[in-house]
Write a protein that binds this ligand. Structure first.
Ligand SMILES: C[S@@+](CC[C@H](N)C(=O)[O-])C[C@H]1O[C@@H](n2cnc3c(N)ncnc32)[C@H](O)[C@@H]1O
Length: 202
């Protein structure tokens, strides 16, 4: 905690490189849902720098107090208080959006929740919606770095349902709900930023 707010050093480190990719990816977006806002640090940094869209934070209830404290400290006209969203609980009480951002969630949630997240997305995404997913990933079972392999072991030792996911498996779930992978950016600290577009016809 810094003062009265939860604090993530990783968010401080990655927010600028992520913003660089979000600016072009979200240029045409108006209503964005962030899934798993965590501390709320990403939201308070991104929302005022993307003033053309509304940034709707969300997370499990246990994280709302912290997110609200960040929003209290750094309010913005287009930044919205957290929605209660557990991706496992369908249907989601969320309006249709044309953009979704989620960071560092796929390796934390059980795989069944990642599946539930994509099933939920199908119901709330407007045609031509953009989905941006940030975090560590593997390719065909291979880690991008030794340090990610160690991170995966550490995650599993703490909770066996956690682990770095295969991009191919995530892309398959995305494809099943009409989302095409249009960009895979390598990011600092061994992370990827994946951009998906929903086909117009879906
Ligand atoms: C490692 S934190 C990442 C937080 C933030 N996005 C970041 O990058 O710092 C994982 C987040 O996923 C959220 N989460 C885990 N399970 C979830 C679920 N079933 N539905 C929605 N969010 C979930 C957690 O509450 C937490 O905020």
């Amino acid at each position: 905690m810094i003062m009265d707010k939860p604090f993530s050093q990783a968010c401080e480190n990655n927010k600028r490189p992520i913003l660089e990719k979000l600016i072009p990816a979200l240029a045409g977006s108006r209503q964005l849902l962030e899934i798993g806002s965590g501390t709320g640090q990403h939201a308070v940094f991104f929302a005022p720098r993307l003033p053309h869209l509304h940034w709707h934070t969300s997370d499990l209830l246990q994280n709302h107090a912290g997110i609200n404290r960040w929003i209290d400290a750094f309010p913005a006209a287009n930044l919205h208080r957290p929605l209660a969203l557990d991706v496992n609980q369908c249907p989601w009480s969320v309006s249709v959006v044309d953009a979704v951002f989620t960071a560092n969630t796929c390796h934390i949630m059980p795989w069944s929740a990642v599946e539930a997240m994509f099933a939920g997305l199908k119901k709330i995404l407007a045609p031509r919606a953009v989905v941006v997913i940030y975090g560590p990933f593997k390719y065909r079972g291979r880690f991008t770095t030794e340090s990610n392999a160690r991170f995966d072991q550490w995650l599993k030792a703490g909770a066996s349902h956690q682990g770095i996911r295969d991009i191919e498996a995530v892309t398959e779930l995305a494809c099943a709900v009409g989302l095409d992978l249009v960009a895979d950016h390598s990011m600092p600290a061994n992370n990827q930023l994946l951009v998906f577009n929903r086909a117009l016809s879906e």
